[in-house]
Write a protein that binds this ligand. Structure first.
Ligand code: TGC
Ligand code: FAD
Length: 392
């Protein structure tokens, strides 16, 4: 069995800016990843298995909704803690982090922010413990970057609504007990609806043939005249702004998570370079290898500082969508470049599953697309800078 002796690079002594509590949380999640994810991830990935038991395990270590109050099963932690948890889990695998961030930011967060007291009491504690798994349905087959044009809709019928349409590319769809579904009412206004597994006309086919996020389950949500009680509508916010608020929280977690994957690639490449000999000396003696490693560490350090400051702004309630977009876009792109450079340092060995690099690289190809593509985040920033929308 592979040993995992990962330690995160800290070139700018950023640890000095974290509290003891932050460091304890990071260390406990890191230990969890070392014992419960690293030893199995390559075979789950190769066999395209989502390890269902991991849901309750993630719940037990507090990875679901850590920033929610304890009244609802959360741990009342701050956003730096949430970021560190995402960083450590994605260091293990982006698919595992996907499960944690969908559950936390895209399922628990909207119920907490927009739900009724009854909805919060009914779902949040079970979601926090991992007894229940959720998913988030915004993307449709014909509407990805442009969710405002979604077709999924509902009409009112007495105490129920009748929901029709479909969602695609939904993480955890096939396993989720509940789905937070975004759909338009008869006036064309977007609302969030809690759809439960077992409701007649609701099905969740799996998506196969992915070369990315293979240890994560992806699927569709299909609604054919699904009768949902009106009381399952999230009452406290409507409009596209509601799902976009959830995305802010999830994109923040991804900005941290991606750097976890980058650190894992960098550490694997650094160690390999000191052990692998060519032309009679370790390849770490070659200037071109040193250039790669120096540039990787520089980019990781810049991204760590971006995350730290963004986390402070999140804690103060002052982080803007645009700041979050910048961090998501920069850090995922940085991680993808670092995965590619690390792979080069390992030569042929870099393409095997004896090292985590190629898996991280393939995962990051999804991460750079979901939660807003690299180019959509550039346009979100462009709109903020110029005041002009490139979308409409
Ligand atoms: P736009 O006109 O900019 O905004 C529409 C309305 O929303 C308001 N708003 C916000 N409100 C709160 N928080 C925010 N962050 C907000 N951003 C915008 C805005 O004020 C407006 O309100 P109102 O009252 O004027 O109507 O919208 P737009 O249609 O121009 O589109 C904006 C755009 C393209 C940036 C947005 O739609 C977008 O971000 N597209 C990307 C789609 C996306 O990210 N999808 C993600 C799906 S979920 C996912 O990928 C999960 S992967 C999970 C995993 O496995 O980890
Ligand atoms: P499109 O929107 O069709 O974009 C295709 C290309 O066109 C991209 O390069 C894009 O940048 C570019 N483009 C689009 N519009 C513009 C423009 N105005 N200007 C310039 N370029 C543009 N969604 C969910 O709702 N829930 C989930 O849980 C979820 N999980 C996912 C899991 C995985 C593994 C993946 C891969 C996706 C997941 N998604 C989920 C969907 C994801 O959010 C979408 O894939 C993403 O928003 C992009 O949409 P699209 O794939 O339809 O691409």
């Amino acid at each position: 069995m592979k040993t995992d002796d990962f330690n995160s690079p800290d070139f700018y002594q950023i640890d000095d800016l974290l509290s003891d509590e932050h460091k304890i949380i990071r260390s406990s999640i890191r230990d969890f990843v070392k014992t419960e994810i690293t030893p199995h991830i390559e075979s789950w990935y190769e066999e395209a298995i989502f390890p269902e038991h991991i849901v309750e395990r993630l719940g037990s270590i507090g990875a679901f909704g850590p920033y929610l109050p304890s009244k609802y099963g959360g741990a009342g932690l701050d956003y730096l803690s949430y970021g560190l948890i995402m960083q450590e889990i994605e260091r293990g695998d982006s698919g595992m982090r996907s499960t944690a961030s969908v559950q936390s930011s895209l399922v628990m967060y909207p119920i907490f922010k927009f739900g009724s007291e009854e909805q919060k009491g009914k779902y949040l504690p079970k979601l926090a413990s991992g007894e229940m798994l959720g998913c988030f349905g915004l993307t449709e087959p014909d509407h990805g970057s442009d969710p405002s044009s979604m077709k999924t809709h509902y009409k009112e019928e007495g105490e129920h609504i009748i929901l029709d349409g479909s969602k695609m590319w939904i993480s955890n769809a096939a396993l989720a007990d509940i789905a937070i579904v975004w759909a338009k009412n008869e006036a064309g206004r977007i609302h969030g609806i809690i759809v439960e597994r077992g409701m007649e006309g609701f099905s969740t086919p799996s998506t196969h043939g992915k070369w990315s996020l293979r240890a994560s389950s992806t699927g569709e949500l299909v609604f054919q005249n699904v009768k949902v009680p009106k009381s399952n509508i999230l009452p406290n916010k409507s409009g596209l702004g509601a799902p976009l608020m959830c995305l802010d929280s999830a994109r923040y977690g991804i900005a941290w998570g991606a750097i976890g994957a980058a650190m894992d690639c960098y550490e694997a490449a650094r160690k390999y370079a000191s052990e692998r000999k060519q032309f009679g000396k370790p390849i770490s003696k070659f200037q071109l290898t040193q250039k790669k490693l120096a540039e990787m560490l520089t980019e990781i350090t810049k991204a760590q500082l971006l995350n730290l400051r963004l986390g402070q702004l999140m804690n103060d309630g002052n982080a803007s969508t645009y700041q979050i977009s910048m961090a998501k876009r920069n850090n995922v792109n940085t991680a993808l470049n670092i995965a590619r450079e690390s792979r080069q340092i390992l030569g042929a060995m870099g393409i095997t599953n004896q090292f985590p690099i190629m898996r991280h690289m393939m995962n990051l190809e999804s991460v750079v697309t979901y939660e807003g593509t690299h180019d959509i985040h550039l346009l979100i920033l462009g709109k903020e800078i110029t005041g002009e929308s490139a979308f409409f």
